[in-house]
Design a protein around this ligand. Sequence first.
Ligand SMILES: [Zn+2]
Length: 62
Amino acid sequence: MTSQSNTPIKTVSCPTCGTPVSWTPESRYRPFCSERCKLIDLGQWADESYRVPTSPPDELGE
Ligand SMILES: [Zn+2]
């Protein structure tokens, strides 16, 4: 048998956007594809960049 150096790389899907992510030490944000997706999942950026649009209360006649 010849020694092979190519080890099978496990691939996972990003929980946030579904992008295939190689499960390697280089993928520092795994199982997320990027820091962005990681933050989205954690909800850490929700307050800053994603505000729930609140419609101003309609001032109806009394
Ligand atoms: Zn992603």
